[in-house]
Design a protein around this ligand. Sequence first.
Ligand code: SF4
Length: 565
Amino acid sequence: MWNQQNTQGFISKKAIIEIANLLNISTIEVEGVISFYHFFHQKPTGKYIIYLNNSITSEFKGFEIIKTTFEKETRCVFNKYNNNPLFSLFETSCIGLSDQEPAALINFYPFTDLTPKKVISIIKKLKNNIPIETFADNPISKIQYVPEEDKTVFFKKYITGNSIKNLKKETSESILNKISKVNLKGRGGAFFPTALKWKACKNNTSSKKYIICNADEGEPGTFKDKALLIDFPGLVIEGMIIAAFVVGANEGIIYLRGEYKYLLSKIEKTIDEFYKNNFLGKNILGITNLNFDLKVELGAGAYVCGEETALIESLEGKRGEPRIRKYFPTDVGYLGKPTIVNNVETLANAARIVELGTNYFQNIGTDKSKGTKLLSISGDVAKPGIYEVEWGITVKELLRLCQATSPNYVQITGPSGECINESEFDRKICNEDLVCGGAIMVFNKFRSIIQILENFTKFFKSESCGICTPCRAGNQILFEKIQKLKKGLCTATDLQEIKDWGNIMKLTSRCGLGKTSSNTFSTAIEKFNDYFKLKILNEDESQNVEFDMENAIQEFDSVIKNNHH
Ligand code: SF4
């Protein structure tokens, strides 16, 4: 698919028929896959495809004016196929650059800190055929270390191959003990104990197993894995080799989100070097039975593919729809074989644990959270970016480090997490208190909470794969409630209904997207109670308001249209 998309700018009817014949499936199935992913198109696109990020941080940093400038300069309209041979414009939800907003990808090259002037200059250069790679930006990825250098994991000098050299004196069991001793949990946000996952896969007797690195961080506000892939791709690969050693796997895949396509060559170069040094391939470093081959596959723009079973479906060339949890991937995963899916940061940590030893980790963090955590901080702060912090740091301390300005609302873990208000800034980031997958979004007291929630709700509505009703309908209903709130037509009953729908979605949705997408809205109503009280009508007033249904439907339709491409 990527080949077709890259060479022709879209996947034509002819190509669809060819793919269907090749795979012996119907053309409808092929179209179903194409329509699932944001970066595949069935209509011709221009030579330059521009994806402008519409996250809430981008909205607050000038999204609308940047969008207008792109439209004016290219004479195209966003989210439409304009029949323009040069440009196509689309909005997209998260491109992992929230610390450098407004940002866009142009033919998957990053352009950050956009201003109208910068947009005018970019479009002029593209019209003049100046090669895009000569003036694309290099996104800042530098990790900032706090509070003390000797209590860090990623600041410790990384020497390629150190952790896998240690495998010569280890066994599967000894490594499982180490990983378990420091209580390493999945760093993508699910926090499943890594040792348990690896042990389950190890215990499966299948002769074919896979290790998959989930490099599909798509939660708006999250960009910490990108830093590891830029600065320490080798460490991530070493984590995969260690996982392969433990469970007995001999093949691995890095599932790299399409938005990070510009990192592909660097990762592939690292893989080549690993092969040259016998860190990959047959009989790695002469260790008996350690054979491991690795490749990278690109995602194509779908948030839900961060869910491990959806990711596996996507790797198998299908729509990235989460599987029903009949089996764990550790038993039935990629191509039906036992599979480990681990996040980038989890794998990098595993490599460091094997290299630095458990004592090192046990002296950092809290009782239940050992070591450090990478956090991507964005929003109303003077110093956004990626921070390595010791587990247990308070929100207040974080806000001081990133120089937050008049913080009022902090979003933990991104839209699927929870929001906290000023009275909670003494809470700690760790398993015992505020669990955080990696994103911290800070909003000051001048920001509209309704605007934040509208952005999040729109995001989930558009990213739901739609396969199960509670998530499909629930996210639509939450979006409608936001529209009502904006119009000043919400009552206390509506707020209660929002919470009720949240509970239904949490209990009955198939995957994490549906289970968590109402979290923020429901918690915001509680935590910013005074704010919401001012925004709602009392029930008597609501009887007197004439609701202009026709107008509401028209407005709603236009939002849906604009939101869909
Ligand atoms: Fe799809 Fe939502 Fe159901 Fe997950 S919860 S499977 S995203 S419809």
